[in-house]
Design a protein around this ligand. Structure first.
Ligand SMILES: [Zn+2]
Length: 218
């Protein structure tokens, strides 16, 4: 299994995963041009991607979704509530395949398990990608440490884990009071401390790779 974070953070999110001959994109928070160029730098052609899977409708996760589908013909997978809200932000998208939160998608021998998160999208999800007993967690935009998150972290070999903010910097920083409350709130993001505690608790021989790059504010 190969993965590349084409971008992460408040300016956009897009993760590429390749396994069992399948090429999957998770979120499309960057332009089609950026995604194509960054994949080409890794020797990959975005036209060959089998699916774009959306975690939730915040613009830093969906801004390029329409372009990815129209220009590169990548089929889009998301839940109906997420599509409804995404459509308001980026317009209608063709070739959308709907699934329910909690469902498992299958692409050949690659399975993508979806898990609901308490983040403040309409139907926010995180994912575990599984191929031949190898598992990669894509745990971003989590809200707060929710029941099942640690178990999910313990069950993967590698993971992206949200580690969004330092509480002191957040509360003493220049964001509006509303933004501070939202980021630190139950439907916002994990703090660095929360991510560290989760990581410590989940340390196991299984977990061999962890990316805790900053995650978005949205
Ligand atoms: Zn979000």
């Amino acid at each position: 299994m190969l993965t590349v974070a084409l971008q992460s953070g408040s300016n956009g999110n897009c993760i590429y995963v390749e396994a069992g001959g399948k090429k999957l994109l998770f979120d499309a928070g960057i332009s089609g041009k950026q995604a194509a160029v960054r994949l080409a730098a890794k020797g990959r052609d975005i036209h060959e991607c089998d699916a774009l899977i959306l975690s939730h409708e915040h613009i830093d996760h969906v801004s390029g979704a329409g372009i990815f589908q129209r220009k590169f013909k990548v089929p889009v997978y998301c839940t109906r509530p997420t599509y409804r809200e995404t459509k308001k932000r980026v317009g209608p998208i063709d070739n959308v395949h709907f699934f329910e939160a909690g469902a498992t998608l299958e692409f050949g021998g690659v399975r993508v398990h979806s898990l609901s998160t308490p983040h403040d999208g309409v139907d926010s999800l995180c994912f575990i990608v599984e191929h031949e007993r190898r598992r990669l967690g894509i745990f971003t935009d989590l809200g707060h440490p929710f029941p099942g998150l640690q178990t999910a972290l313990e069950a993967v070999d590698a993971a992206y884990l949200e580690s969004n903010y330092d509480p002191d910097m957040l509360w003493n920083g220049t964001y509006t009071e509303w933004a501070k409350q939202r980021i630190a709130g139950e439907g916002g993001h994990l703090s660095n401390d929360e991510a560290a505690d989760l990581t410590k608790a989940a340390i196991s021989p299984r977990l061999k790779w962890l990316s805790v790059a900053p995650q978005p504010r949205k």
